[in-house]
Design a protein around this ligand. Sequence first.
Ligand code: AMP
Length: 217
Amino acid sequence: MSSVSPNVYQLVFLGPPGCGKGTQASYLKKELNYRHIATGDLLRHEIANKTPLGLNVQSIMAEGRLVSDEIVIELLENHCDLAKGPYLFDGFPRTEVQAKMLQEKIIKDAAVLAIEFKIDTNILIERIVNRRTCSQCGTIYNIKFKPSKNQDKCDQCQSLLVQREDDKEDVVTKRIQVYNENMGPVLSYYKNLGLLRQVDASLLGDTVFESIKQMFE
Ligand code: AMP
């Protein structure tokens, strides 16, 4: 049986906050040269730089609600060029409109797989409230399951680890609720195109990565 090179596929990660998309993205980036594009990161960057767009979305994000389709689609178009290599879309699409736009404006006739990260909500909340992120390089830790060696410092770059404002429990609950409300039509969209795959995201990161690689074969 001939195996297909993973780089033939553009990948779309679909999963609630805390399901491990970011961790898998870092493996794909390192091992398979994927370009990781996360709309949440792009939006946080706009907020950090106090751009008009950032100021516009700040309170929406702080409450765990979705930013408008127009804003995220435009942001994505400005930061993504498929000619540069295979992309991994993380946190996008979150609505059916976004899924259609991604296909029509960006993916076009390139091959794509959508991977749904399936996981129990209680595991998610525990993962997210204990999540800490490096303020400089973005490396993700978990104070319970994957702590850094040096308390609140990043193992990679020694910068301070912080908790995202929207990783606090009340906002997390809201974000998961928003995810569950919106993702049905997105999952159906990819399912109807025969492009949806699923992975058990409660397993260890390495195991999840092996499952993802098997999807390319
Ligand atoms: P994330 O880092 O993916 O969990 O996203 C953090 C927040 O950014 C979300 O709670 C939304 O407020 C906003 N956001 C990120 N991606 C999108 C998207 N594709 N559509 C709408 N809002 C988004």
